[in-house]
Design a protein around this ligand. Sequence first.
Ligand code: ATP
Length: 563
Amino acid sequence: MAVTVLIQLAYPKALSYFIDNINVQKDMAWFSSLALIMLAVLAVQAVAATARYYIFESTGYMIVTRIRRQLYAALIGQPIRFFDKHHVGELNNRLTADVEVLHDTLTMGMAVSLRCLCVFIGGVVMLLTISPALCLMLVFFLPATLIIGKMTGKVYRKRARLMRDGQAECGKVAHEHFSNIRLVHAFSQQRTARARYAGATEHALSLSVSSSALFALFRGGSSFLVYLALLGTLWFGARLIGQGVLSVGDLTAFILYASMVTEAAGAIGEFWNAWMRTIGATEWIFEVVNSDRAPGAAKGEAHGEVRLQGNLAFNDVVFSYPERPDAQALKGIGFSIAAGETIALVGASGAGKSTIASLILGFYQPDSGSIAFDGIEAHAMPLAGIRSKLAIVEQEPSLFSGSIFENIAFAVAERGVTLDEVKAAAALAFAHDFISGFPDGYDTVVGERGAQLSGGQKQRIAIARALLRDPRILILDEATSALDSASELQVQRALDTLMQGRTTIIIAHRFSTIVKADRILVLDQGRLAQQGTHAQLVAQQDGLYFQLMRHQLARAGAQPVAA
Ligand SMILES: Nc1ncnc2c1ncn2[C@@H]1O[C@H](COP(=O)(O)OP(=O)(O)OP(=O)(O)O)[C@@H](O)[C@H]1O
């Protein structure tokens, strides 16, 4: 950078020397050697500019990648309540577009403004050496440019944050519709999707346009000041030439230095604004990254060996979701489950079954009361240690778009899993045969969210994944949609293997599952209404369980009886 700045600063002086010698030197050889020197200097400048460009660009990419990684690490470590508030599309947008804003400022913005600062200082020195009197003209104009830049900077910062929020909203809307594209087409809602996206982009656009007006005003104002300064210099310079205190070459050099200095001052002002915009746009990123460093933020990842037998107790647990603090999802739930017991959670929709599962998994903490594993309160143990002894098989199993091997091995991805281990788990889950039937076997790619697999196949892969984790406590969210009877049988056999010797909590929907459970917990609007075996509960004909069973069996044309 120093080389390019020095060369840039030398140009006007060389030009002045050239102009003042046009009428003095008669020898063409003098002009030729001057041209050769200039050529060599130009070549050096080109090499220096290339090196500068490379260094700044590549350093910018490195910094941005580092920040992106830090942001991703901070996001992935956020508690589940954070994801209740922030949409996936929004987060994706923050991770890509918001971080990208930093790149432009850190690379060319930073390079240009550093160079401009050097040119500015060097230019002022040159101006003073040529004519201190003419410099007085500039004294009025330069501070004005800098002050305008500083004033607009603050406004930019605020606006930039609003603009990034607007962009993130667009990302959220697009992601929502892309991820539910089948639903959008099935309900012919493409037009609504377009309208919602247009609405979001319209809002983002109006924010950007009003910011552009501010930017344009700043550009116009500073360029007016620059030309005004030039005009004043010419007027005063002509007078100094007339008085014989300045040569034509000196005035030319002065004007060139003056325009260099004002241009540099303008660029520094612009960079200041760009920097403010970047700070505004990336404030959210640094808030998240810093929140990750807050004490206790990484609790979910705190490792530590936890030995569990599988006893579990809820002691008078009260809980409201952070996004809905006024509605208690659990209103003083208490129960205990012995190691190896199979418990069915039943209750109407919204009764609190999934909430209980979320609290066992440590996604949320109770507002009051406590959860204990083997008699020890959960908050006294490392969360990751507890989770290493838990596994969940979801209603609609979540699969990654990678291979079947990767999806099963995900259970214990922190250690190297062998193909044999994965095959053994798949065999126990009755999945090995269908996986081997695929041309690519365990390397078969399952598509986004397992789109290339049937419902039963997805479930058996999820069961194999849970088996590989070898949990002490298992949470099963039973699928409500029925599989065909052959598939159902295979999934049931896989589940029976998985449940052997483990504490199992099933969010149960099927009669067959419910009656087989060792104990049934009946939930009613966040309260534990009844508990007991199927036989004990159907005997209480005024109880909620009897009613629930009556509804369920009415559809099957039967009466609730002890199994
Ligand atoms: N992430 C959330 N944020 C706010 N409220 C929630 C959230 N998840 C569930 N709820 C509310 O908490 C209550 C209990 O919901 P929960 O999902 O535990 O019921 P459920 O018994 O599992 O129902 P279903 O059988 O329909 O899945 C409901 O009123 C629900 O609207």
